[in-house]
Design a protein around this ligand. Sequence first.
Ligand SMILES: *[C@@H]1O[C@H](CO)[C@@H](O)[C@H](O)[C@H]1NC(C)=O
Ligand SMILES: *[C@@H]1O[C@H](CO)[C@@H](O)[C@H](O)[C@H]1NC(C)=O
Ligand SMILES: *[C@@H]1O[C@H](CO)[C@@H](O)[C@H](O)[C@H]1NC(C)=O
Ligand SMILES: *[C@@H]1O[C@H](CO)[C@@H](O)[C@H](O)[C@H]1NC(C)=O
Ligand SMILES: *[C@@H]1O[C@H](CO)[C@@H](O)[C@H](O)[C@H]1NC(C)=O
Ligand SMILES: *[C@@H]1O[C@H](CO)[C@@H](O)[C@H](O)[C@H]1NC(C)=O
Ligand SMILES: *[C@@H]1O[C@H](CO)[C@@H](O)[C@H](O)[C@H]1NC(C)=O
Ligand SMILES: *[C@@H]1O[C@H](CO)[C@@H](O)[C@H](O)[C@H]1NC(C)=O
Length: 468
Amino acid sequence: MDSKSLTMSHVATIVILGLLFLQAAECRVENSKDAVTYSAINCRKHSALLTDFGAVGDGKTLNTKAFKDAVDKLSQYASDGGAQLIVPPGNWLTGSFNLTSHFTLFLHKDAVILGSQDESEWPLLPALPSYGQGREAPGGRLSSLIFGTNLTDVVITGNNGTIDGQGAPWWDKFKKGLLKVTRPYLVDIMYSNQIQISNLTFRNSPSWHIHPIYSSNITIQGLTILAPVTVPNTDGIDPDSCSQTRIEDCYIVSGDDCIAVKSGWDQHGIKFRMPTKHLVIRRLTCISPKSATVALGSEMSGGIRDVRVEDVTAINTESSIRVKTSVGRGAYVKDIYVRRLTLNTMKFVFWMTGAYGSHPGEGFDPKALPVIQNINYREVVAENVTMPAQLDGIASDPFKGICISNVSISLTEKPKKLLWNCTDVEGVTSNVTPKACDSLPEQQKPIDCAFPEDKLAIEGVKLTTCSA
Ligand SMILES: *[C@@H]1O[C@H](CO)[C@@H](O)[C@H](O)[C@H]1NC(C)=O
Ligand SMILES: *[C@@H]1O[C@H](CO)[C@@H](O)[C@H](O)[C@H]1NC(C)=O
Ligand SMILES: *[C@@H]1O[C@H](CO)[C@@H](O)[C@H](O)[C@H]1NC(C)=O
Ligand SMILES: *[C@@H]1O[C@H](CO)[C@@H](O)[C@H](O)[C@H]1NC(C)=O
Ligand SMILES: *[C@@H]1O[C@H](CO)[C@@H](O)[C@H](O)[C@H]1NC(C)=O
Ligand SMILES: *[C@@H]1O[C@H](CO)[C@@H](O)[C@H](O)[C@H]1NC(C)=O
Ligand SMILES: *[C@@H]1O[C@H](CO)[C@@H](O)[C@H](O)[C@H]1NC(C)=O
Ligand SMILES: *[C@@H]1O[C@H](CO)[C@@H](O)[C@H](O)[C@H]1NC(C)=O
């Protein structure tokens, strides 16, 4: 080998190595661009694409079978590291489908799951035991778009992909009284634990959007929930007979309550006895001109206790944290802690109602009185308010232990004459303007209303980084 050919072969080697290197580098760049990461309670060993099951993302083809086949197939991996189903970019029309355990449904940022407007695509389910009958009609209820029961370790997430219920025909039929059954929700998860729903946009549910029930250990983060403010019962999130639930960083625009905390209905809920407890709601932004930022009730017959709400902004919303109950509900709403609310344009800042009505038929017990006790609000700034407080307890059953401190409310141009209207309520205020009613006397010595210092177990749940 002469020196010249040596040089040539060196050059060739360098060129080839260089090309290989460039290719490898390009490959890495490609990978890092394609590799989508997300945070979840658990990552999965197995992965599949919705298109592996024949799905077509044209917005017209019905993919109910593809979702069902995918979940059936992936459920085989529940005891072998679990599985994730990736929904790629596209418009995926589907009817109701069921989830499985140790499973992640991951939506690409340009993936849109569209709810079918064909009622036969939503199977009829029996009424919830704590409600005794369908909430809207005695004839049971339709399965939610995404349904799960008796599951462990379920994640529904994405890079802000969308789940759109296309609810308009349902709203119309409901308004005209044409439905014989209760409208479906978008997500309904029952008798389950270790649930995560995060980083998605939900819109236009036929009725409520997210409904975990009889479940625990639930993390809900980073949801955008959007429904027209004029349509009925499109609640954002309804934790119902759930414990250890964390709802954070959500933005909700709705025709009903942004969040409604529930636990069953009159005699059925009293019998079922499953409270909602240990719930934290933080960094919520709400727009709900016809309803509450956070409602407690009206279905609360299994009890509601230890609810912590903080760092909430509400704009053009009827009220802030509202207690809704009624004779016949029984149980309790107690140990409620609220702090740091920023409110703009609101009918009532504080609102409690002991005569909400709405019963499952005639069988409710008129002696079943709810106990409303230890309700704390502090650090509230509200502007453009029509009436600071409308607080109505129950005559033989006053609402007790209401504490309101460090509140500054400025009024609209045309406020109500009576600013605080209090009936059958007892409690205290401190550093509140305008001055409260006589049944909530100003304390001589300033106080801060209670807010717990400890953390709930659900706040300690850590997420890990997974890739899709
Ligand atoms: C949601 O997205 C945000 C911003 O991209 C990210 O910081 C956060 O970790 C994500 N959370 C979850 C639970 O995926
Ligand atoms: C989902 O599971 C429930 C309860 O097991 C069942 O009644 C329902 O028909 C299932 N839904 C679908 C779409 O398969
Ligand atoms: C789900 O769990 C509930 C409560 O433990 C039980 O009553 C019900 O039978 C279970 N359903 C199924 C389908 O396993
Ligand atoms: C998610 O999408 C919604 C609707 O398009 C948008 O309003 C919101 O800002 C997005 N959120 C994030 C974190 O990108
Ligand atoms: C709650 O869920 C997390 C995440 O899946 C899990 O690590 C933890 O053990 C669960 N806690 C309980 C009490 O089930
Ligand atoms: C104040 O509230 C009224 C309704 O009471 C509303 O019409 C008006 O737009 C609000 N003004 C501002 C500046 O938000
Ligand atoms: C509430 O107001 C009182 C009196 O102005 C003040 O001493 C206290 O620090 C305030 N508390 C909070 C939590 O802001
Ligand atoms: C005050 O509240 C009571 C009980 O709801 C109601 O009957 C009354 O009309 C209210 N008064 C005013 C001036 O709004």
